[in-house]
Ligand binder design. Structure first.
Ligand code: C5J
Length: 220
């Protein structure tokens, strides 16, 4: 079985039962001028994930293993956005407000979609999610069951929010998760570091962590 040099131990995976998750690589989070930047964040901290993810997708697409992209966002009437999420914090703009790339985090808007560099290809699965975790209120469990997936390679943004929540949800559902450090990003360097440490700590309490070249060697 292919084995990736990972922390806290080598990660063995089966080409027949592994899926790639690309979480929320959306314009709203990554584009200069977008929602993420309007919250005061330095989007360059997320954009460093784009080149490694492009390389990973290129290699993964030569295999038969499935690719699932997710997008965080809400219906135009916000009926799937709990008031607690809508009102949280004091951003200059809130979910649903008009932003530089359309209404912020609203399905169908330009900003809600995935960045040009990582656009899904025909046949790849795209799951829209209203929460931070990709399992909450989505068809992800059923999709993975249909694919026969047991192991997940997890990438995307942000490390401590949607990536972490999804990895934790997946862990409780029995999936083994490998998180690729160079393919996940945070606006906060300290959260990036500690978020990855939290996954691999205690013998891999939530999963494994590796750099993408270690995986690429196994699938190239
Ligand atoms: C956030 C996400 N940070 N995709 N979303 O609100 O991590």
């Amino acid at each position: 079985m292919p084995t990736v040099d990972a922390r806290p131990s080598p990660f063995e995976f089966d080409l027949d039962t592994t899926a790639l998750l690309v979480i929320d690589m959306q314009r709203d989070f990554l584009l200069p001028g977008g929602f993420g930047e309007s919250l005061g964040n330095d989007v360059a901290r997320l954009r460093r994930t784009i080149a490694p993810l492009q390389a990973l997708l290129k290699a993964w697409r030569t295999t038969s293993m499935p690719i699932i992209h997710t997008r965080e966002g809400h219906k135009p009437d916000l009926s799937d956005c709990p008031p607690a999420k809508l009102k949280r914090g004091a951003p200059s703009k809130r979910i649903g407000d008009a932003g530089a790339f359309g209404r912020i985090l609203i399905q169908g808007e330009y900003g809600h979609d995935i960045i040009d560099e990582l656009q899904p290809l025909n046949g790849e699965i795209v799951i829209d999610k209203p929460g931070k975790g990709a399992f909450y209120a989505t068809e992800l469990s059923e999709t993975l069951a249909k694919l026969g997936a047991k192991q997940l390679v997890v990438t995307g943004v942000t490390t401590e929010v949607c990536v972490h929540t999804t990895v934790r949800e997946a862990n409780d559902r029995g999936y083994e998760c490998l998180v690729l450090a160079d393919c996940v990003g945070s606006y906060f360097p300290e959260f990036q570091q500690i978020g990855l440490e939290m996954i691999a700590a205690q013998g891999g309490i939530f999963g494994w962590v590796a750099e993408s070249p270690a995986l690429l060697k196994e699938i190239a």
